[in-house]
Design a protein around this ligand. Structure first.
Ligand code: IDP
Ligand code: MG
Length: 168
């Protein structure tokens, strides 16, 4: 009981291109989890490759990197969010459905909206962390501590001389 977790959710470029953001957020709201961070991200190659580093030896890796960077959908962005609350990781994974959209239960997000491309890539509209270790790695990769409204992991304070862009 009381297994409070955080999980990274990405609405991938196909989800954005298909105008599924509203539907997906509505589905995710069934979990009663809280959104504690959200932003639109233009995904660099480095971010894409680091996020999917566990798949770097797979034949579909180059296509996967293009996919998450939005090069297959002319939508060079993803919506990145952190969902937080009781059993967040499994709750979101259950709603997302299986990795292969053809094997995913048709009532899940991937089962409803995903497809397999002619090149064999699973376009499955959403990413969700699979376990606590992966969630921590991914959240730290996609978000800085100050972008999250709750304290998830220990932080350090560093003094840096920064050159920031501000509104003119
Ligand atoms: P997950 O997204 O369900 O956690 P992962 O194994 O982490 O699945 O794979 C990351 C992404 O790579 C998947 O969401 C999907 O877009 C793609 N992918 C995974 N396995 C395959 C495959 O066997 N063929 C084609 N694409 C795949
Ligand atoms: Mg995964």
């Amino acid at each position: 009981m009381n297994n409070i977790q955080a999980t990274l959710v990405l609405i991938k470029p196909d989800g954005l291109k298909k105008s599924l953001t509203g539907n997906i957020l509505t589905r995710l709201s069934e979990t009663k989890l809280e959104i504690v961070a959200a932003k639109v991200v233009r995904v660099s190659r480095e971010l894409a490759e680091t996020h999917y580093c566990h798949l770097k030896d797979k034949p579909f890796f180059p296509e996967l990197i293009k996919y998450v960077q939005g090069e297959l959908h002319d939508r060079k962005k993803v919506l990145a969010m952190i969902y937080w609350g009781e059993d967040a990781i499994n709750k979101v994974r259950a709603l997302a459905g299986a990795t292969n959209p053809e094997e995913a239960d048709p009532t899940t997000i991937r089962g409803s909206y995903g497809r397999i491309t002619t090149k064999g890539l699973y376009e499955n509209v959403i990413h969700a962390s699979t376990n606590e270790e992966e969630a921590e790695r991914e959240i730290k990769l996609w978000f800085c501590p100050d972008e999250v409204i709750v304290d998830l992991y220990p932080t350090n304070k560093v003094k840096k001389e920064l050159s920031l862009r501000v509104w003119a």
